[in-house]
Design a protein around this ligand. Structure first.
Ligand SMILES: Cc1cc2nc3c(=O)[nH]c(=O)nc-3n(C[C@H](O)[C@H](O)[C@H](O)COP(=O)(O)OP(=O)(O)OC[C@H]3O[C@@H](n4cnc5c(N)ncnc54)[C@H](O)[C@@H]3O)c2cc1C
Length: 304
């Protein structure tokens, strides 16, 4: 029996109600709609179930890959021997705390926490209302838009170590920077965070959200699957402007295309593979480097 089969059996015994999927295609779990099957995927319904999973994972000596809502992710086409834990169904606690603070579970979508803040007349999260990821993925990436970022409102992050021990990082310890945090490259699993917002007027919050939703819809190719901005913003410029300047809008490899609407997005025009996206992004980087001297760095994460 191999270690994944062993892990599966142990998980079934330890967590009889756990949703456990074998050879689950990642294309069904990513906004790019790209990705072959993974050996095992668990979808815990609660923090307690996640902790129980981690105990079994430790015994099986398997390193889990943590998936939020898969909106910043490119997964390989080939079947992958790995164990994925998807957080976006469980870890969904949302609670009002004193003095304009909110506890939000890592699996809650940023749109949901923004709507929760609106409902409670709290301002500060309008920027996040159109970002399609979870709070966990958002903390990992320090997600931001239209002049706001999670760094502005995130007071503390709660996490589990791979051994299942709880920890909290506060303020500067979170090392939130442009599309990065202290969790990048680590093994911790973010389980939630505390956000500090300010009292606001519901009509004004709603109007700001509506305005940003309209801006997003008019500028971004939301009609096609993508993983959002493909590249990070280079120093002193914008990736989209450089790609456009090089005449690359519409450049296509297989089913992957540089969006004709917004050059910062690679979109899946139908049947795109991971190999198509990699070939296309390699071409974009090479041409932009050659013509402008700027080296573009991927913002989209690869699942190993
Ligand atoms: C149409 C579109 C528009 C977008 N617009 C924006 C935007 O305006 N601003 C912006 O910043 N981003 C944007 N994005 C990108 C994306 O939504 C964000 O990066 C988001 O924060 C990713 O969250 P996720 O839950 O989908 O993470 P995933 O894609 O599932 O994962 C991203 C990374 O975080 C890790 N991760 C996820 N959850 C956890 C956890 N609980 N614990 C530890 N690690 C975890 C994963 O392992 C992976 O490395 C956009 C994407 C799309 C498709």
């Amino acid at each position: 029996m191999d270690r994944y089969e062993n892990l599966k059996q142990q998980l079934q015994l330890a967590c009889p109600n756990l949703t456990l999927l074998e050879w689950e295609p990642m294309c069904g779990h990513t906004s790019f709609q790209i990705g072959g099957p993974v050996r095992l995927m668990a979808i815990p319904a609660s923090e307690a179930e996640l902790t129980a999973i981690l105990q079994q994972v430790k015994k099986a000596e398997v390193l889990p890959y943590i998936l939020g809502n898969g909106t910043n992710l490119l997964c390989q086409d080939e079947p992958t021997e790995c164990f994925v834990i998807k957080t976006s169904k469980g870890l969904n606690r949302l609670e009002i705390l004193p003095e304009g603070t909110i506890y939000c579970g890592a699996g809650v979508l940023l749109s949901q926490v923004a709507a929760f803040a609106l409902q409670h007349n709290l301002t500060g999260l309008e920027f996040a209302s159109g970002i399609p990821g979870t709070l966990g993925g958002g903390i990992m990436m320090n997600a931001g838009a239209y002049g706001g970022e999670l760094k502005d409102v995130l007071v503390e992050t709660h996490y589990l170590t791979p051994e299942g021990e709880k920890g909290i990082r506060r303020g500067e310890e979170q090392r939130l920077g442009y599309r990065t945090s202290s969790f990048v490259g680590g093994k911790e699993i973010i389980i939630g965070g505390v956000l500090r917002l300010s009292p606001g007027k519901q009509e004004a919050i709603q109007a700001r959200m509506g305005d940003l939703a309209w801006k997003r819809k008019s500028k971004q190719p939301l009609e096609f699957p993508s993983a959002g901005s493909t590249f990070k913003r280079p120093q002193g410029g914008f990736a989209a402007a450089l790609i456009d300047q090089c005449g690359l809008k519409g450049l296509t490899v297989g089913g992957a295309q540089v969006s004709e609407k917004h050059a910062g997005f690679v979109v899946n025009r139908g049947g795109a593979t991971c190999a198509d996206v990699i070939a296309l992004t390699d071409q974009i980087r090479a041409i932009v480097q050659e013509e402008t001297g700027v080296s573009l760095e991927m913002e989209v994460k690869r699942m190993p």
